[in-house]
Design a protein around this ligand. Structure first.
Ligand code: T46
Length: 138
């Protein structure tokens, strides 16, 4: 997948004097059904996460609290996103390398994913990813 298919999605936001509410429906607001939810929290200052790509997984990455940066890389182009709002989600498709850093204190990063956890879906070595991304384009 090319980086141009990854995008920030503006999620519905119901504002109310009691507080705001945002919701995500699989297949409607995001282009996949949700099979798994996971979240990163208690991330120490200066930590970096990611450093991998997925072969088939589709994801929506949301800063539920605080902020962080994520650099997406399709093997040719790279783009840095700053996530800091719980009503914006970053859609990331398959075959996109990602690196995450600049986590604020108290940050919670939630990920909605199209499949259950499967270690064989990961490229954790950049040169393996790059070779596979080049082959996919041919
Ligand atoms: C991603 C970023 C945003 C599981 O057992 N089940 C799970 O659902 C996940 C996501 C991970 N794990 C295990 C696998 C590793 O032993 O938890 C450990 C840490 O996983 P990882 O090093 O992949 O964590 P991150 O924060 O670098 O990456 C995770 C996701 O793997 C990845 O899909 O996009 O969060």
């Amino acid at each position: 997948m090319s980086l141009s298919n990854c995008k920030l999605i503006d999620l519905p936001k119901i504002t109310d004097h009691r507080g705001n509410l945002t919701f995500v429906e699989g297949g409607s607001h995001i282009p996949f059904d949700i099979a798994r939810v996971y979240y990163l929290y208690d991330v120490p200052g200066g930590a970096e996460r990611g450093g991998h790509a997925h072969k088939d997984l589709h994801q929506l990455i949301v800063a539920m609290s605080g902020s962080f940066d994520i650099v997406l890389d399709d093997g040719v182009n790279k783009k840095r996103f700053h996530l800091n709002r719980s009503y914006f989600g970053l859609y990331v498709g398959p075959m996109i390398w990602r690196e995450m850093d600049n986590f604020s204190s108290g940050c919670v990063c939630m990920v909605l994913a199209s499949n259950r956890y499967d270690e064989s879906d990961y490229y954790r070595d950049y040169s393996d990813f790059k070779k596979a991304a080049e082959n996919n384009k041919q």
